[in-house]
Write a protein that binds this ligand. Structure first.
Ligand code: HEC
Ligand code: HEC
Length: 410
């Protein structure tokens, strides 16, 4: 009689029994951040100094751009500026220069492990999409001197800007000693440490999305969201967990939705951006293979086209997607993955262009073993996955889900 139990349901029930155990710890770990007020508030601590620096446009040549310009705490710590192709990459402080990569969220970035290689030879972690900076302090030193971003000529010039401000002079000397201005190198490093300290606070990683609240029993997922969650973590119906799950057990505290491995998933070039940013035709973003720590390795060729697997936290409000912002809509992205497993003619079409999926920018080294795991997804499952991805939105951004980045209703 009756139907055999729905395997999805079973997995769901199993996962749910593990969730309550996760709660307490998650709260303990993440309730320690500062209050949600991002306004610079002068104060003696390293974090306060970092907060001021993060929001300070004086770190850019024309004083128009701070870290927060491209990592806006009001927009999931990504860059909300720009329309169309201009939304895919950031405009620099000179008002002209366009990068070639989409600004990723700085949210939850403190949880990215340092760049390293595993025993099996896999590259993991690091800051930037190719992992080229080992940690947040190293990362924070990049943008002020990047000619396409904040455009300062050198470290000494940045340090001179800091010294214009008596508040900084006092804070730097208080924290790093009166000798801090002695060499520009040291003062610059102190600045990056303060920014990294601020980025390491709970303000950047509140863990208070519907997903987290459901773990704590404070939110009840809709049926669609729950189906999406089950599919996402399932080892049978999708492959997402192979790259976007940090901890072995679904529902573990501190889940960031990335194992930080670097993969080539076949993302096409963003030709609309390339037409605007002056990259020569035929330019390839080689991703991990461009990381100086990898270039010397014997198997550097095998790293071409790989990018760090990003966190999926706040993904519904930080579009467009992929390292080059080539996809606008979350649903497109799920369909993009589905092309690896569906042979249906209608699934060969990119809904954003109306044409067949464009070929990968770098055709070698595709992670096909992972991407071809699992069956084709029907519309119901695709929509459920999108609905689940939206539950990863921190409470602060839930109001944005009805905005232009909300994608299809879920
Ligand atoms: C003009 C826009 C812009 C500005 C200004 C900017 N960033 Fe970024 N940020 C980007 C882009 C684009 C990337 C990705 C670049 C890459 O991977 O090569 C990035 C990457 C990052 C990352 C790495 C995230 C990850 O998951 O790998 C962090 C953290 C970050 N920025 C923090 C900062 C800080 C701190 C500042 C200020 C000192 C800053 N950014 C200024 C655009 C910007
Ligand atoms: C082989 C590893 C792998 C698998 C499997 C995988 N992903 Fe990804 N995912 C990545 C990588 C790597 C990127 C970044 C690619 C880039 O920027 O070029 C990414 C990007 C994304 C993004 C865009 C994030 C952003 O901020 O731009 C989303 C959303 C996403 N994946 C969801 C999923 C879902 C849902 C599944 C399962 C259907 C899945 N991924 C399966 C590795 C994987």
């Amino acid at each position: 009689m009756g139907q055999p139990p729905d395997p999805l349901r079973l997995i769901s029930a199993w996962a749910l029994t593990l969730l309550p155990a996760a709660l307490g710890l998650a709260v303990l770990l993440w309730a320690t951040g500062p209050a949600a007020d991002p306004a610079p508030s002068p104060g003696p601590g390293l974090v306060d100094l970092g907060r001021r620096l993060f929001f300070d446009p004086n770190l850019s040549r024309n004083r128009t751009q701070s870290c927060a310009t491209c990592h806006d705490p009001g927009a999931g710590f990504a860059d909300p500026r720009g329309k169309g192709a201009l939304a895919a990459v950031s405009l620099g402080d000179d008002g002209r220069s366009l990068g070639d990569r989409n600004a990723p969220t700085a949210g939850y970035a403190a949880l990215t492990p340092g760049f390293h290689r595993t025993e099996e030879g896999k590259y993991v972690g690091g800051q930037f999409l190719d992992g080229r900076e080992p940690d947040l302090a190293g990362q924070a030193g990049g943008p002020p001197l990047n000619p396409l971003e904040m455009g300062m000529p050198d470290k000494a010039a940045v340090v001179a800007r800091l010294r214009e401000d008596p508040g900084y002079v006092q804070a730097f000397e208080g924290l790093f000693g009166p000798g801090v201005w002695g060499d520009a190198e040291g003062a610059y490093r102190a600045m990056t440490q303060a920014i990294a300290a601020f980025e390491g606070t709970g303000f950047f990683a509140p863990f208070d999305s519907k997903y987290d609240r459901a773990l704590r029993g404070e939110y009840r997922m809709t049926e669609q969201e729950e189906l999406g969650q089950t599919l996402f973590f399932s080892t049978q119906f999708t492959n997402c967990h192979l790259c976007h799950q940090l901890h072995k057990v679904p529902g573990s505290p501190g889940e960031t939705f990335s194992n930080y491995e670097h993969h080539n998933i076949g993302v096409p070039a963003n030709t609309a951006v390339r037409a605007l940013n002056g990259q020569p035709p035929g330019h390839l973003d080689l991703g991990l293979a461009g990381n100086p720590a990898v270039q010397a390795a014997a198997d550097a060729q095998a790293q071409r086209g790989r990018f760090k697997t990003p966190t999926l936290r706040n993904v519904a409000v930080t579009g467009p997607y992929m390292h080059n912002g080539v996809f606008k809509d979350l649903r497109t992205l799920v369909l993009f993955y589905n092309q690896y497993n569906s042979k249906a003619p209608a699934r060969r079409i990119d809904p954003e262009t109306g044409a067949p999926w464009a070929p990968p920018e770098v055709p070698e080294n595709l992670s096909l073993k992972e991407l071809e795991t699992g069956p084709a997804l029907d519309d119901r499952r695709i929509d459920a996955l999108v609905a689940f991805l939206k539950t990863l939105t921190d409470r602060r951004y839930e109001h944005l889900l009805t905005g232009p980045n909300a994608g299809k209703a879920g």
